[in-house]
Every structure is written in structure tokens, then in C-alpha cells.
Design a protein around this ligand. Structure first.
Ligand SMILES: Cc1cc2nc3c(=O)[nH]c(=O)nc-3n(C[C@H](O)[C@H](O)[C@H](O)COP(=O)(O)OP(=O)(O)OC[C@H]3O[C@@H](n4cnc5c(N)ncnc54)[C@H](O)[C@@H]3O)c2cc1C
Length: 453
């Protein structure tokens, strides 16, 4: 697969001295995007929301430390960061349009909005420049127990290929994984959540400025059962994504119904999203899946990385980051074992699978936090308590979000540490509330006594 994980893994392997051949069933996305731009030139210019490609998926992504470290390893970090927009906080939109802000971390810490298209294009350009042999329009049909591949060209003709190892970076619907399941006793689960998503574009204002302020924030409209988020793009647009149960999404059947829904739930967003109905119906709702697989390897012959091994729901903004970190962690494992696949592959698969399972859990939990808790006063109070503890205790107390987004602490360790921290924060918060209540009661009693005198 020549997606995000496949391209960065290829670069790591080439850097390590291996020859890499990449097979991708789709056309070269760089060609496809060029064609789309040409087609778009013929569209009415105000039609921002139209998505012309069936393969287009989440126009921008949040890039954070794990992904950045992997990009640094292949020498592309600075080039990619030149196109990133820092997002320092969540900007929460209440029903009445009131904004409140929650910083993501300490001052200077932020996540980054980056175009999926740009990052994949730059990775593929680097693959080409570094002699990765890339074959587009070539689909994996199957892999046998010795990791020999049967592949199919666009004209239907088939051929076989074999290498020292097959790295399955072919996404949530991985063909490598399907073949591994046929020839081994691996365990596998696939879980669709009941929520789907729709993407909408918020164009710049007439003055050519971002329509949401500040533009250096991830905007969220939390509404308990559903939510909308918006991430900035360098062209002064925002990409908004509505996440809601399919039942809610499917119940909106006309432009008028969509507009009424938005007026009721996201009134301050309505003026900034033109052609709401047209945008809403331009694409079918996307679905969200969690994949777990164990083990990730077939002896030392084949190994899954990225979404193929651990597709996660996107609420921690970690799918790509985790895939990039897979590539980096595999590179580190190969370095530790002198490029010996027979030792590096099983060890990597075991250690990293624990991390993959943990980010799946964290990602789902963050959905509940984003759509629901971010709007609650208790949640905001707990965040404040966490911030104080982090300031006082430094690296021995790092809030869960910061551990995921701003460190390389293994995801499974993040889960264990945050469970311990949650228990303490809960106790401290309630103790604070109890102390405040006791203080209030004491003050009230004193006032009462005085008023009786
Ligand atoms: C709405 C949404 C928002 C997201 N936001 C974020 C975010 O903010 N931050 C973040 O880090 N992640 C985010 N993600 C997750 C991120 O998009 C994925 O984790 C990432 O794209 C996975 O990359 P991949 O290369 O592993 O898989 P893919 O991107 O799926 O690439 C797999 C490639 O393999 C090819 N392929 C598949 N089958 C075959 C075959 N049989 N033969 C040959 N080629 C094949 C495919 O064509 C594709 O090119 C989001 C996802 C969604 C859906």
C-alpha cells in the first residue's frame, strides 16, 4: 500500500539499506490529485464542499509528536511542518455561540493541522527520489504461507512476487491480513461504531480571512450524542466534520432538514457553511471501524503495520501518528537486532500490538470525552486540577492527552498511568469540592448566627 504508513515504512527500509518494492491498487494519488485540480477548475468556484474523488478521505489530519518523530527520521519533518497550522487549544462552541478554550498542553505545546494529500505526496516524492520501486494499479490478490504474493494488474493479468519480508501497510481492509488469517491461527476483530461522519468545508470570508476565530484552534461543537469539529487549512478554509449516529445522519433527507438540524444544533456555524444541504449530500457518510489482530506477524515472513494492524476511530487524532510510529518503532527494533528479521519481527509484533490495542481503547474513550465531557463543568474542573498537578510534579505527572500527543510513552503505558492518575485527580477534585462546600457551610452558619444576634 502506498498510503501514509506504506510510504514512510518504505523510506525507513531504504534508509536501512534494503531494496523496497511497493504495490498499490489505486492510481498514483499525485496523478489523481492533479486530475482533480483540473476537473475542479471547471466547477463553480463557490462550490467548496464538492469532493470529486471516491478515494478522498479526511482532508486534513492532526499531526503530533509520534508522527513528527517518524518524519524527522526520514528527513521530511521540516518540509512538512512548513505547511502545518499549529492548533494550541480546543475552542468549544456552546449552543448560544459562546466560546471557551482548553489548551492542549503547556505553553508552547500544540498539535498540527496538515493536509493528508500534501503529506502523502511528499512521502511518495521522497520514495521516488530514493529509488523505491513503486507499482500503481497493482492489487494484492493473496499471499501464501511462504509470503509469496499473487498480484493483479489493472488489465486483469496476474503475476507472483516474493521478497525477504512482506510489510502489509494496506489499510483497514488489508489483503495481507486476510491472507494471514487464512493460513494461520491469528485472532481478529472488527468493530463498527454506530456513528458515521460527514465532511463540510467552511470557506474564507469575503475579505479572504478564516471564518472561525482563532484559526489556531481545533473547533468543537460538543452535543453529547454527536459533535462537529473543524480543523484549519492553509488556504484559509476549515474542514468541518460532523460525527453522529447513522440514525441521525440518515434521518436528514432534504436540504431543508439539514439546515433546520444545523440551525437547532450548531446555530453559529450556519452562517459560515454555504450550500449546507448540497455539501451534506455530496458524499455518503463515512463509517468508523476499530480493527484488532493478534499476532501482527506471520513468522518473520510478513508483518502488518498501520491501519492494517490497528485501525482506530479518529477521536484522538492518532491513526496516522500511530502508523508512523509503527514504522519508526520497527526501524528501531531492526537497529537493535542488526537487521535480523527473525528476532526483530516477532518482538516488534508482540510489543507493538499491546500499544495498538491501547490506542484503540484510548481513541474510543476520547470520543466520549470530546462529544460529551468537554461540555461539562466537572470535566473542566478536573482538567484544571490535572494542569496544576502537571505544573507541580513535572514529568512524573503528565495528563493523558499530553502523554498521547506530546510524548512517545508507549500507548499501553499511557493507559496504565492515566488510570492511576484518574483515580487521584478524582479524589483531589472531590476533596476540593468537599472543602469548598464545608467552607461555604461554615460561612453561611456564621452569617446566620450573626443575623440572629
Ligand atoms: C475522518 C477521519 C479523520 C482522521 N483524522 C486523523 C488525524 O487527525 N490524525 C491521525 O493521525 N489520523 C487520523 N485518521 C486516521 C488516518 O487517516 C489513518 O490512520 C491512516 O490513513 C492510515 O494509513 P495507512 O497507510 O495505514 O492506511 P491507508 O491510508 O488506508 O492506506 C492503505 C493503502 O493500501 C492500499 N491497498 C489496500 N488494499 C490493497 C491491496 N489489496 N493491494 C494493494 N494496495 C492496497 C490502499 O489503496 C491505500 O493506498 C483519520 C481517519 C478518518 C477516517
Amino acid at each position: 500500500g502506498a498510503g501514509l504508513t506504506g510510504a514512510i515504512t518504505a523510506l525507513m527500509m531504504v534508509q536501512r539499506g534494503f531494496r523496497v518494492t511497493m504495490f498499490e491498487k489505486r492510481p498514483d494519488l499525485r496523478e489523481e490529485f492533479k486530475r482533480e485540480e483540473e476537473e475542479k477548475a471547471g466547477q463553480p468556484s463557490e462550490f467548496w464542499g464538492a469532493s470529486l474523488s471516491a478515494t478522498k478521505r479526511s482532508i486534513n489530519l492532526a499531526l503530533s509528536t509520534r508522527g513528527q518523530e517518524a518524519l524527522r527520521r526520514v528527513g521530511l519533518l521540516d518540509r512538512i511542518m512548513a505547511h502545518a497550522i499549529p492548533m494550541t487549544c480546543r475552542a468549544m462552541h456552546a449552543h448560544d455561540g459562546t466560546l471557551s478554550f482548553q489548551p492542549y498542553g503547556k505553553s508552547g505545546q500544540h498539535i498540527n493541522s496538515i493536509s493528508r494529500r500534501l503529506i502523502n505526496t511528499l512521502l511518495l516524492d521522497a520514495c521516488e527520489a530514493r529509488d523505491v520501486r513503486m507499482h500503481f494499479h497493482v492489487k494484492l490478490v493473496s499471499m501464501d504461507t511462504n509470503a509469496q504474493l499473487t498480484l493483479q494488474r489493472a488489465d486483469g493479468s496476474r503475476f507472483t512476487a516474493r521478497g525477504r519480508i512482506v510489510l502489509g501497510c494496506d489499510g483497514a481492509y488489508s489483503g495481507v491480513r486476510s491472507s494471514m488469517l487464512r493460513v494461520s491461527r491469528a485472532n481478529f476483530s472488527r468493530h463498527y461504531i454506530e456513528h458515521g461522519y460527514k465532511e463540510l468545508t467552511i470557506p474564507p470570508t469575503a475579505a479572504g480571512e478564516y471564518a472561525l476565530s482563532p484559526h489556531t484552534a481545533l473547533h468543537i461543537w460538543p452535543r453529547h450524542e454527536f459533535m462537529m469539529i473543524a480543523l484549519p487549512n492553509p488556504d484559509k478554509t476549515f474542514t468541518a466534520t460532523l460525527f453522529a449516529p447513522f440514525a441521525t445522519l440518515d434521518a436528514l433527507r432534504s436540504n431543508a432538514a439539514v439546515e433546520d438540524f444545523f440551525k437547532a444544533e450548531f446555530p453559529d456555524a450556519v452562517p459560515v457553511i454555504p450550500q449546507l444541504g448540497e455539501q451534506y449530500f455530496a458524499e455518503a457518510a463515512g463509517s468508523l471501524v476499530t480493527i484488532r489482530m493478534a499476532p501482527w506477524n506471520l513468522r518473520d515472513k510478513a508483518l502488518l503495520l498501520g491501519d492494517a494492524a490497528h485501525a482506530v476511530v479518529p477521536f484522538f487524532g492518532q491513526g496516522m501518528n500511530a502508523g508512523f510510529e509503527d514504522a519508526l518503532a520497527f526501524d528501531e527494533m531492526l537497529a537493535a537486532h542488526g537487521n535480523d528479521f527473525s528476532r526483530a519481527v516477532p518482538e516488534f509484533a508482540e510489543v507493538r500490538q499491546r500499544a495498538g490495542d491501547a490506542i484503540a481503547t484510548l481513541s474510543y474513550e476520547n470520543y466520549v470525552e470530546m462529544r460529551s465531557h468537554t461540555a461539562s463543568a466537572m470535566f473542566l474542573l478536573r482538567k484544571k486540577v490535572e494542569g496544576v498537578l502537571h505544573a507541580l510534579l513535572g514529568s512524573s505527572w503528565i495528563p493523558r492527552y499530553a502523554m498521547v500527543a506530546f510524548t512517545r510513552i508507549p500507548y499501553d503505558e499511557v493507559v496504565a498511568r492515566s488510570r492511576r492518575q484518574d483515580a487521584i485527580v478524582g479524589a483531589v477534585t472531590w476533596a476540593g469540592i468537599a472543602a469548598a462546600a464545608a467552607g461555604l457551610a461554615w460561612g453561611a452558619a456564621k452569617l446566620l448566627k450573626r443575623s440572629r444576634l
